[in-house]
Design a protein around this ligand. Sequence first.
Ligand code: SAM
Length: 286
Amino acid sequence: MPMSKSNATSAEPHVARKRFGQNFLHDPGLIARIIDAIGPQPSDRLVEIGPGQAAITAPLIAAAGHVHAIEIDRDLAARLHERFTSAQLTIDQQDVLRVDFHGLSARLGGKLRIVGNLPYNISSPILFHLLDAADVIVDQHVMLQKEVVDRMVADCGSKIYGRLSVMLQARYRMVRCLLVPPGAFHPAPKVDSAVIRMVPLATDQVRVNDWPIFSAVVALAFSQRRKMLRNTLAGYADALDWQSLGISPTQRAEEVSVEKFIALANYVASLPSASEGGQRIEPGLA
Ligand code: SAM
């Protein structure tokens, strides 16, 4: 990533950078409600994605004592360095998509609580990156475009039910916490936002046997959502016992529940070709 031209003089106001999805929260009432929803505690290992100008960071530090923050913008990182002590804030100046959350959890000595008013331009990649680390995460409270939150929690059969809904519902319990209007930010985005709480399911509640295969099956099925499964999953159609799975090969992906997708992917994972690697669905497709 090219280095940005500096506007780091703390005497001057920071100019919001569109390419980093910078929309800063400024509504104190709303910030207080977000902090309430998070319920930070001194024993937490709080990790904030994109602290920006510390709208959420400062009250998190006040409640919990310390925050580990990941911020890509070096000017904002420099300002945060000036404003907080290292006992209050650790700043990791880098792209969150490159952060190894397993390594971070090991360094901090336990599971993480993730917080973030996410840059909307890369919110789905961030969600998928965090999904890979769900086993070292206690919970995550993230602000996203309301439209994305709606897709995350969408029910099977709805027009907005898709890959994001299936992948996340298979791994998290999700609850919408707050609706946030554009006026709560500066600059104001064009769309409504929402805060969602995501709690990874306990290990014994996770039914997926092989995540790369699950991810690849779901991606294939939704690659052409109007097509029947017997076409999108053509390579496996003959090997699948559709009847025992309770799925019809003429159904479309949007008609298949999360539970049935899990059963379908577990069935694919149990096929000899999956373990031999012969016809293994390429995880790279996911
Ligand atoms: N938390 C602040 C708030 O609520 O006012 C800022 C939120 S702003 C929507 C998103 C923040 O994420 C910005 O500070 C931006 O610089 C940072 N950011 C954008 N892309 C990032 C990335 N790939 N890795 C880490 N931080 C990123």
